[in-house]
Design a protein around this ligand. Structure first.
Ligand code: FES
Length: 347
């Protein structure tokens, strides 16, 4: 039994925005939300109407008192809960059935200073930030923020490649000809520059690991998976975790040394990589789908986390279906340069 004074509750809204609140073990999530001026959907506040019904994706809680019409036993068994009644017994992650705007809240804005710009290759650059009031920034491993490109009014979405508890935050960027962020990072960016970002956002984040996991990265889609791995160094899992990392050409391969370090420090973690370019020096040439078979998929008893460009997401889904496997869960994030991210889940 924990004796913590309060727990952290992540409220994920339907529009992808996440807000974090503190909730004491003797107060309901609805009360704590109200104190934080976040109006999650509520009506009766008495466990009778079901208006507040949300999905708890991680953590433990006391569900409180309610009637079956508000929440059935079957729903409760699936993780649905009533924030007007529930009290936390650990940190929680909840999916709230409204938009952040409807709850009269919005993504938090943070200011930061550029501390490092690392050009890995012609195609990939990484930058790190020192965030002002770092303790005000919470995120789940896998989430992204919208960065305002300095000197412009444009924003671009980047997933953290750093873990939620690391002091500095970092991001991986694929260089795109004519891209706003690419232009900034390759010509004007200097250590010491200030920039602003808002978030965190997205439902592509690591859930509690209750079975083997398969992580799939396409290009700079490696970033959110690095954040998840960093988290696993602190919260070791008893289940095997395998990562497959696919890129177009050798120059796109980054952080293999980091992955090797994780393979040493995270029990049960293994990885492999492949390069599509036939002239690559990599031993696996082709696409990640070549490396996915029924055993990699644990015959379906697997949680899949995939971040990559849309064709990769589609290729993997088609491939898994063709193998006759239905994974226990399939979380993916599609990204395209300069575009809004699309996060989703397929059963
Ligand atoms: Fe009615 Fe929670 S607000 S059940």
């Amino acid at each position: 039994m924990s004796t913590r004074m309060s727990f952290q509750v992540a409220l994920n809204f339907e529009d992808g925005i996440t807000r974090f609140i503190e909730c004491r073990p003797d107060e309901t999530v609805a009360e704590a939300s109200y104190k934080a001026r976040i109006n999650i959907p509520l009506d009766c506040r008495d466990g009778a109407c079901g208006t507040c019904k949300s999905l708890c994706e991680s953590g433990s809680y006391d569900g409180g008192d309610y009637i079956d019409e508000a929440l059935s036993d079957d729903e409760a068994a699936l993780g649905y809960c009533l924030p007007c009644q529930m009290t936390p017994q650990s940190d929680l992650v909840l999916r709230i059935p409204s938009s952040a705007a409807a709850a009269k809240t919005a993504a938090a804005t943070h200011t930061a200073t550029v501390t490092a710009i690392k050009r890995h290759s012609a195609s990939t650059v990484e930058f790190a930030l020192d965030v002002d009031e770092r303790q005000q920034l919470d995120f789940l491993p896998g989430q992204y923020v919208n960065v305002t490109v300095p000197g412009t009014d444009q924003t671009r979405s980047y997933s953290f490649s750093s873990g939620p508890t690391q002091r500095q935050v970092s991001f991986l960027v694929r260089i795109v000809e004519g891209g706003a962020m690419s232009g900034y990072l390759t010509t004007r960016a200097r250590v010491g520059d200030s920039l602003e970002f808002s978030g965190p956002m997205g439902s592509f984040y690591l859930r509690e690991l209750t079975r083997p996991a398969l992580l799939l990265a396409g290009g700079t889609g490696l970033a959110p998976l690095l954040s998840m791995l960093e988290t696993m160094t602190q919260q070791p899992t008893a289940h095997p975790v395998h990562l497959l990392y696919g890129v177009t050409g050798d120059q796109d391969l980054v952080h293999l040394d980091t992955l090797e370090d994780y393979a040493e420090t995270i029990p049960g973690f293994t990885f492999d990589h492949c390069v599509a370019d036939p002239s690559s020096s990599a031993s696996n040439k082709g696409f990640v789908t070549n490396l996915i078979d029924t055993s990699t998929l644990h015959d379906g008893d697997v949680d899949i986390y995939l971040c990559g460009p849309p064709p990769m997401v589609e290729a993997v889904r088609t491939h898994i279906t063709a193998l006759g496997i239905t994974p226990a869960s399939f979380h993916y994030e599609k990204f395209t340069p300069a575009a809004v991210r699309e996060t989703a889940e397929a059963a």
